[in-house]
Design a protein around this ligand. Structure first.
Ligand SMILES: Cc1ncc(COP(=O)(O)O)c(C=O)c1O
Length: 475
């Protein structure tokens, strides 16, 4: 045991500062670096592993009682946006578990925070057991949320986007009781709990579920007709308010529709709608489970300049641990919000590392053109447009904002979007589908590790697959 020169430190601090830990971390992260180096381009599966791999996938599908979208089983190592699968293939992963791997795969910095996490006593943090990183993360999320004027002074952590959204619903319903109706956008996706499945505008996501929430749907912003779309949405909003006076508790908004198909709204549209909801005492909730950190501002509500209009905001995915932020007016009464688990210690530390990384490495800027996220977007959409120019009608759009990039492939049917996504997967590029009528293909780049050459590689794969599909359609 090394000599200790700081007797006033707590035992845990002496552990954290023990030079043997630093040495072990250095060694471990170097070992990871050594082995991940070779994962630096797309590779096909190894023929000798293919049959066993297919068996494992089939077994897993049987056990979970449903099929996987992709036959994806990670081997447990990656490098930036590349990931090695158990069949020996290497994929260029630009969907990242739907926007989760902000720092890419097997990031040595996260290996290091993972070691800190296993040394911090508790696997999971929660209601009766919080460690200091929970304080640091909530403080950072509140600091970022309030930096341009919002009053979101409070933040509770939780384990999933659905639970963050459930907490948001409960907080808003309690404050605005007895009002029980919710305004939400057509085509919205809110999560998989019973209440959130009720709100999600996909009938097949709630087959057989009881009705727990009464939702009045509003048409989302239509970029082809900004003024007309605002007028139509406001007219429906006012009609429902008049039809059900004082019965609306919540205006639920996802500012860039994610699962809904990468539609972005506009400042004027959201400001008018949220402003009117505020006048009526209806809680303005922004679901940022997918949009957090995807523009040049930390929160999308800041991008759309809704700082003075938001009451509650939820985040998830890239932050690893999810959260509900709210103003002092919406502080819940004791007993309403509590959980055994608010997050895994590794997720909380990784969330802190990722959000700090986004702050410190040039992703959040006042000027959009200097944000790394927005620069990656421009590069990616430039590549998509070039393919569309070569093969007209193949990739319409592009849609989305910042770190959310999507397009409508060919006729926009669900079958074609799936065909393209699966062909990309086989060729080594991972994207995913979004939306319905039209169906789209979308990407959520790992923002902190994506380099221009990764986007060029992705566009090269995309172009080859499009060329194949065009040829197939001609032939
Ligand atoms: C906008 C939005 N809200 C909520 C959720 C649900 O999050 P989770 O899957 O972590 O429960 C998602 C997930 O895709 C989402 O995109």
């Amino acid at each position: 045991m090394p000599e200790n020169h700081a007797p006033n430190l707590l035992a845990a601090q002496r552990l954290a500062h023990d030079p043997r830990i630093a040495h072990a971390k250095e060694l471990l992260t170097q070992v990871v670096r050594d082995h991940q180096q070779e994962l630096n381009q797309v590779r096909p599966p190894r023929p000798e592993l293919t049959a066993g791999y297919a068996e494992k996938v089939a077994k897993f599908e049987g056990l979970r009682g449903g099929s996987l979208y992709f036959p994806y089983l990670s081997a447990g190592l990656g490098n930036g946006p590349y990931v090695e699968l158990a069949d020996g293939s290497v994929k260029l992963d630009l969907i990242t578990g739907i926007g989760v791997h902000g720092m890419g795969h097997s990031n040595p910095e996260l290996v290091s925070t993972g070691i800190d996490a296993v040394l911090c006593d508790t696997v999971m943090q929660g209601n009766l057991q919080q460690n200091e990183p929970s304080v640091e993360l909530t403080e950072l999320l509140v600091k970022l949320a309030t930096e341009s004027g919002s009053d979101l002074q409070h933040c509770v952590l939780t384990t999933s986007g659905a639970m963050a959204n459930e907490n948001a619903l409960k907080i808003a319903f309690q404050k605005n009781a007895p009002a029980q109706r919710v305004f939400a956008f057509e085509n919205c996706f809110c999560g998989r709990s019973i209440a959130l499945s009720n709100m999600t505008d996909r009938p097949n996501y709630r087959v057989g579920l009881p009705v727990t929430t009464t939702v009045d749907y509003l048409p989302f912003y239509d970029y082809r007709d900004p003024a007309g779309s605002l007028k139509r949405t406001m007219a429906i909003f006012e009609k429902q308010v008049a039809r059900y006076p004082k019965q609306h508790a919540i205006l639920w908004m996802e500012l860039i529709a994610g699962e809904g198909g990468y539609y972005a709204g506009s400042r004027e549209f959201f400001q008018t709608l949220a402003g009117r909801a505020r006048e009526l005492g209806i809680a303005v909730i922004c679901d940022e489970v997918q949009t957090f950190s995807r523009t040049h501002r930390p929160y999308a509500f800041q991008y759309f300049e809704l700082d003075s209009l938001v009451d509650i905001v939820t985040i998830g995915k890239i932050t690893q641990v999810c959260a509900t932020l709210f103003t002092s007016d919406y502080k819940p009464k004791p007993g309403l919000v509590s959980q055994t688990f608010t997050g895994n210690s590794a997720s909380i530390l990784a969330g802190l590392k990722i959000v700090r990384g986004l702050v410190e490495r040039g992703h959040f800027t006042r000027d959009p053109s200097s944000s790394k996220t927005m620069q990656l977007h421009d590069l990616f959409v430039g590549g998509i447009r070039a393919i569309e120019a070569k093969y007209p009608g193949s990739l319409q759009g592009p849609y989305g904002l910042g770190g959310m990039v999507g397009f409508t492939p060919f006729d926009g049917s669900a079958a074609v979007a799936k065909e393209l996504t699966m062909k990309l997967y086989e060729a080594g590029l991972m994207g995913f589908i979004a939306g319905d009528a039209p169906s789209r293909v979308r990407f959520l780049m790992p923002l902190l590790v994506t380099q221009p050459h990764h986007i060029q590689e992705a566009c090269g794969i995309l172009e080859n697959v499009v060329a194949q599909m065009v040829a197939g359609r001609r032939g």
